[in-house]
Every structure is written in C-alpha cells, then in structure tokens.
Design a protein around this ligand. Structure first.
Ligand code: SF4
Length: 154
C-alpha cells in the first residue's frame, strides 16, 4: 500500500484529536473529487513498517492524547489496500484498545466484499458512499454529499 499524507495531530477528520492517514488508490472517480491526486494506486509513498509503528507510537503517546485514527484517501478499502489496512486496524485494536478507528470509503456497506468486510469488523465509524457533486453541501459534518452516511458501528 502507498499513502499520501500522515497527520499525527488532526482535529477535522472525526471527533476529538486524532491521527489521520490518507492512503493512495481509488477506483470511484467521483466527479468533483477533492483528492484526485490520490487515485493512482502507485502514487504517493510506500506505507512502511516504520510508518505503521509511528502511528501506534502516536496513538499511545500520553503527552498529546488522541481519541483514535482516521483512515481516508483515496480509498482505504481499495482492493489492493485491504491487506495492509486490515493489519493496521488489527494492531490498533490489540495495542491501543482504548482508541477508535474511523474510515472513509467510496463503497457503500452493501457493496463490500468479504475481504473488505473483514476490515469493517475493527472499525468504530465508517462513512460510506461516493461523493456526488449534485448532493454536495459544504456544511455537512465529516462528509461531502448527502448520500454519504456516517455509520456508528461500536
Ligand atoms: S471516493 Fe473519495 S477519493 Fe475516491 S473519487 Fe470519490 S471523492 Fe475522490
């Protein structure tokens, strides 16, 4: 998996202070996408063990307490991202059990394959669905268009 940006301290992608990772790769091609540069699966930089370890360290940091991790992109549930994302979310629930995990995907819940659903088992919140420009509203919280749904899973 590749990623574009990692913010160790973020307050705009989900509730509370969080770590946020924007991964590479998205197949949805939504018109009006705000993040087109992330579409190519081989764009960005390799998501290495070093970055994975850094996320765990940041989530365990007692000086700046984070509520959890946000996963966005691109699409963290792009079929080629699923293995790395699954490994990451499993580690977080094991090593940082008090942290929550939010994930944004262009798939709707009912479109997910069994592999993608395996990731969902470890999530606290998933925001699903493509961005639809005609349904865009700038003041929506944590989503870009009305069709997208914030599912609280835990
Ligand atoms: S799912 Fe998100 S990143 Fe992918 S094309 Fe749509 S708006 Fe862009």
């Amino acid at each position: 998996m590749n990623y574009h940006r990692y913010y160790p301290v973020d307050v705009v992608n989900g509730t509370g202070t969080r770590c946020t990772l924007f991964v590479a790769g998205c197949l949805h091609q939504c018109k009006g996408c705000y993040n087109k540069s992330t579409w190519k699966i081989d764009s960005g930089k390799p998501f290495t063990q070093v970055i994975e370890n850094q996320i765990i360290t940041d989530l365990q940091d007692q000086r700046i307490v984070r509520q959890g991790l946000s996963l966005s992109g691109g699409d963290p549930l792009h079929p080629q991202n699923v293995a790395a994302i699954l490994q990451l979310v499993k580690r977080i629930k094991l090593e940082c059990p008090d942290k929550d995990i939010w994930l944004w995907t262009g798939y709707t819940l009912d479109q997910l394959t069994a592999n993608q659903r395996a990731v969902v088992n470890y999530l606290d919140v998933i925001v699903d669905g493509k961005f639809i420009q005609a349904l865009h509203e700038p003041n929506l919280l944590w989503r870009g268009s009305h069709n997208q749904v914030i599912h609280k899973l835990a």
